[in-house]
Design a binder for this molecule. Structure first.
Ligand SMILES: Cc1cc2nc3c(=O)[nH]c(=O)nc-3n(C[C@H](O)[C@H](O)[C@H](O)COP(=O)(O)OP(=O)(O)OC[C@H]3O[C@@H](n4cnc5c(N)ncnc54)[C@H](O)[C@@H]3O)c2cc1C
Length: 641
């Protein structure tokens, strides 16, 4: 049987769900095909979304009209803003979610989108025309689905192999089968493929934990959330996380198990995430540390299941259990299942364009873990961008009724790409396609050169209008943005114009430990002081308070946004100037203009790397590892600049 769609998304993980939602909401007749409909948006590892730099990504997904932020807010059982003691560029929202409700809510979300259809099956083959363009997929049930664009978001499932001690189990995730055939077909089409590894910790029965021997970490209950949409407070009961530590006795047991560790006995050879090491790697790498911190994280509102963050392991089950029993709070521990490691295939992402379309096969897009990334947020961000671009590509020739290009070559009017100064999502994708990956890639704030421009508070101001132009962010989201802009600007205008005098302010200023005024200043000058906030000043100045009281909705969110813009105005302006300078190089297109192998003055390494990556712009060329400023000068001279 054969069926026709505009866009097919393979895999309903975090990348697949946001990809499918975006393509369908943009108007493509979309099929989301996945192995198990009960595992939609399954959290393979910890039941948490966000965190440092990842939280900013989720805010961006939301600002663009993606769904991850909304689903996280609806299912959060704990919310915190991390890094509050640092500047606002570093503030990162993080939530624990109810694992089962996260899946359920995603399912409800997808079911509510008119153009979106779900099919439960396993994709075994792509339908490829002339070895150059994808036209659909074939499944294990013998069905053929045709489409103009196909997005592969198959996560850790390609030839997945799990390890618990010496036990090796084929699978894409515990209790789920692996996916075979796609890697081999793509390899035969010339794709490079490699292997990576990741791991997850034990799941614990909370009834067997002595919580009196742990520290409590409560959540926050203020206005912050992931979505910019204006909806009611968190619907679920809010719960605590719990902290505890390993000890020397626990380490002794782990040490004893190393000889049977797949990571140390040669069983696992692929690369794992350095920044998220297993507990056995921690005791080897940091041998002098007598303890490591662990977090017990609740898996849901109505379950006793806990996730033990910090204790990822693929040691034999008996060793994991014995090591845990050495921790006083776990003396009588019961577990649901041990930690395990998984090895899987990925495709080095330098084989992709910035739209996430593969360079080799037109209309075929890759997103998520298949690109060598790790993390739900990184996956969802790529899924959203791939879903948008798959939709655009599928309809790129509809408007002028020109027959669709046989070569499937890219049409720049039908691309949606974010720059590095516009979004962490821009940084993520540019890093992937330009630099490739040498370990599972996760986002860090240090990867972004314009951190003060990419804050969690203003992703809507950076991105919502772009998405609205595209047709994804709907009118109500756009109206909220416009309302926020007006209100923020009016607070700033008030603060810039309102004059204060020493005799009016000095007693108040001294009472809060900040220097008194020598002469009159504008209110904005006081807001720049670290001891002062808009809230404190408004408590003291009734006129300012009246101005704030005019804000009809989301007063705290709007006040915070205005305050950050005023306090960091100088830094923001400076980063904008640097970004604009670099963007001039971003506009110098070079793809297709050079045969690098013939340019004598380029180094051999530069010739090879430029040929392989085939950068779109001079700016992208300058970011390829191994390309020197001298190589860039050579290209600029050849361009007549
Ligand atoms: C054991 C383990 C530990 C992890 N540990 C961490 C961690 O510590 N930190 C971290 O950030 N991330 C971790 N991750 C990674 C995290 O789960 C992924 O980054 C994220 O889920 C990737 O999202 P995705 O959408 O790309 O793929 P997944 O969420 O893996 O979703 C893939 C989907 O594709 C479907 N699928 C696969 N093949 C086919 C096919 N042929 N046909 C139809 N459907 C198919 C699957 O059923 C699944 O629904 C871990 C993952 C695993 C499995």
């Amino acid at each position: 049987m054969t069926f026709n769609y505009d866009v097919i998304i393979v895999g309903a993980g975090h990348a697949g769900c946001d990809a499918a939602a975006a393509a369908a909401r943009l108007g493509s007749k979309t099929l989301l095909i996945t192995m198990d409909m009960n595992k939609i948006a399954q959290m393979s590892c910890n039941p948490a979304v966000g965190g440092i730099a990842k939280g900013q990504i989720v805010r961006e997904i939301d600002a663009l009209g993606g769904q991850m932020g909304i689903v996280t807010d609806l299912t959060a059982i704990q919310f915190r803003m991390l890094n509050r003691s640092k500047g606002p560029a570093m503030w990162s929202p993080r939530a624990q979610s109810d694992r089962a409700k996260f899946t359920e809510t995603w399912r409800e979300t997808l079911d509510s989108i008119p153009n979106l259809f779900i099919w439960q099956d396993t994709v075994t083959e792509l339908v490829i025309k002339n070895k150059s363009r994808v036209e659909g997929i074939k499944t294990s049930l013998g069905a053929i689905f045709l489409a103009r664009s196909v997005v592969l978001t198959v996560g850790t499932f390609l030839n997945g192999l799990m390890h618990v001690g010496k036990a090796q189990i084929s699978g894409g995730r515990m209790a789920e089968p692996a996916s075979f055939g796609l890697t081999e077909q793509l390899q035969s089409l010339g794709f490079e493929v490699d292997r990576m590894k990741t791991g997850t910790p034990v799941r614990i029965d909370g009834r067997s934990v002595d919580f009196s021997l742990t520290g409590e970490q409560v959540g926050e209950a203020d206005f912050h959330k992931f979505s910019y949409l204006d909806f009611t407070p968190r619907p679920l009961k809010q719960l605590s996380c719990w902290t505890l530590y390993t000890n020397e006795a626990c380490h002794d047991v782990l040490q004893k198990g190393l000889k049977d560790s797949p990571l140390y006995n040669g069983q696992i050879m692929s690369i794992g995430p350095r920044y998220c090491p297993s507990i056995e790697t921690k005791i080897v790498t940091f041998a002098d540390k007598l303890q490591h911190q662990l977090f017990l994280e609740p898996e849901g509102e109505n379950t006793q299941e806990y996730y033990l963050n910090g204790f990822s392991s693929s040691l034999p089950l008996s060793i994991q259990l014995e090591a845990l029993q050495k921790i006083p709070a776990f003396k009588n521990i019961h577990i649901y299942r041990p930690g395990y490691a998984i090895e899987y295939d990925f495709f080095p992402p330098t084989q992709l364009n910035h739209t996430l379309e593969t360079k080799r096969i037109a209309n075929l897009f890759f997103a998520g873990q298949i690109n060598g990334t790790t993390g739900y947020e990184e996956a969802a961000a790529q899924g959203l961008m791939a879903g948008i671009n798959a939709h655009l590509k599928a309809h790129s020739f509809d408007s002028d009724k020109t027959p669709r290009d046989e070569s499937g070559s890219s049409n720049s009017d039908s691309e949606f790409v974010l720059k590095r100064d516009e979004a962490y999502i821009g940084v993520l994708i540019d890093d992937l396609v330009t630099k490739g990956v040498d370990e599972p890639y996760r986002m860090f704030t240090s990867r972004a050169e314009y951190r003060i421009l990419l804050r969690q508070d203003d992703a809507d101001r950076r991105l919502t209008a772009k998405s609205h132009d595209l047709g994804l962010a709907d009118a109500s989201r756009y109206a909220l943005l416009k309302e926020k802009e007006v209100q923020v600007d009016s607070i700033i205008a008030f603060a810039k114009n309102y004059a204060v005098k020493p005799e009016q302010m000095n007693a108040f200023l001294e009472s809060i430990g900040t220097t008194p005024l020598k002469h009159g200043v504008k209110l904005q000058d006081l807001i720049l002081r670290p001891q002062l906030t808009i809230e404190k000043l408004a408590e003291f100045l009734p006129e300012f308070q009246q101005q704030l009281d005019k804000i009809p909705n989301r007063k705290e969110e709007i006040t915070e946004a205005a305050e950050i813009l005023m306090k960091y105005e100088g830094y923001i302006a400076r980063e904008k100037i640097i970004a604009e300078k670099i963007n001039r190089l971003e506009n110098v297109k070079i793809r297709g203009r050079f045969d690098y192998s013939t340019i004598q003055s380029l180094s051999t390494e530069a010739k090879q790397k430029l040929t392989k990556i085939d950068p779109e712009t001079i700016a992208q060329a300058s970011r390829i590892p191994g390309i020197s400023p001298n190589d860039i000068n050579v290209l600029l001279v050849l361009l007549g600049r």
